[in-house]
Design a protein around this ligand. Structure first.
Ligand code: SF4
Ligand code: SF4
Ligand code: SF4
Length: 301
């Protein structure tokens, strides 16, 4: 581990997260590559997550808007499969159906995007930076975990997360989110959601390998004419230093409810402290000057 002195660990390009957190000789940084182009919306990941982590049901509300009845990530939904209906053809695929005479003809030019969302296990995790109790911590695998038995429910981490991942349970205010199955990783097993995914849309492994695999997959899709394919959260130089859980999307991030340009919310803290320090020094200097002048005036009376 290099010297931490003079380094801004709250922002910037990807550092060695586990080593910087104090782990000696940590294992490879582990993460997720979620390839939404092969997601079939079966929700096996959501169910496996609930089952393995004994998460209570999350309301079972029927929205009437789509099959997406869990609607988003939350304290009781650590994996969320989004269903997005679009009036767009899928890649360069032809439906082969002539429906031009049908009411609303051309309606087969419709696609359904499905994507399994999760905590991004950010390189620069603002949730972790603001937690006053140490409930949120960085694991030796580079992931971000919350310990519910230490959480005091202060809620500071909720607005700090640039992705809106963290959520409090209504009964006692403690926060819950994906742990990237820390208990399974420690036992050499893959996370429950990845294990349950029947199409390998959720791929788990060393982050470096996943990034290489993802770059190849995007190239493959572009060669097939799926020009909208793009990666999201893979870039170590982005506003959060890259995500430990990144995605292959088939449209703009906003379409999936993801922020287009997330930035770690604690990025400006060092410069804020610096400016506050300069202002305090100027104030103290001014006060000292006033007292000195007052002392001189008092002395001449
Ligand atoms: S996505 Fe949010 S909750 Fe997850 S590590 Fe990043 S800041 Fe924390
Ligand atoms: S709510 Fe819990 S995890 Fe979040 S900042 Fe407060 S103590 Fe930490
Ligand atoms: S890694 Fe584990 S905790 Fe996280 S979403 Fe998958 S099953 Fe749930």
């Amino acid at each position: 581990m290099g010297s931490l002195i003079g380094r801004n660990l709250l922002a910037g390009a990807e550092p060695d997260v586990a080593a910087d957190a104090g782990y000696a000789d940590p294992p490879d940084r582990m993460g997720f590559f979620t390839d939404t182009s092969v997601c079939i919306g079966c929700k096996a990941c959501e169910v496996a997550c609930k089952e393995w982590n004994a998460i209570p049901e999350d309301g079972l509300e029927f929205t009437g808007m789509s099959y997406d009845n869990t609607q988003g990530l939350g304290a009781d939904t650590w994996r969320h499969v989004a269903f997005i209906e679009q009036d767009k053809p899928m890649g360069n695929a032809e439906s082969g159906i002539d429906d031009s005479d049908a009411p609303g003809g051309g309606a087969t030019d419709m696609r359904w995007l499905m994507a399994s969302d999760v905590c991004k296990h950010c390189t620069h995790a603002a949730c972790l930076d603001v937690c006053p109790t140490g409930s949120l911590f960085r694991t030796e695998f580079g992931t971000v975990v919350v310990q519910e038995d230490i959480c005091n429910g202060c809620g500071y981490c909720v607005p700090a997360c640039p992705y809106g991942v963290i959520d409090q349970r209504k009964d006692d205010g403690r926060v819950w989110k994906c742990t990237l199955c820390y208990d399974r990783l420690g036992a050499g097993q893959e996370p429950a959601c990845a294990k349950a995914c029947p199409t390998d849309s959720i791929q788990y492994g060393p982050l470096d390998e996943l990034r290489e695999r993802a770059a190849m997959r995007v190239g493959q899709l572009h060669d097939l004419g799926v020009e909208d394919a793009r990666l999201y959260g893979h870039d170590p130089d982005d506003g959060v230093g890259g995500d430990g859980a990144f995605f292959l999307l088939l449209d703009e991030p906003e379409v999936y409810g993801l922020p287009p340009d997330p930035v770690v919310s604690t990025r400006e803290l060092p410069s804020m402290w610096k400016h506050a320090g300069v202002a305090a020094a100027a104030l103290l200097g001014g006060l000292a000057a006033v007292f000195a002048a007052h002392g001189r005036i008092g002395g001449t009376r």
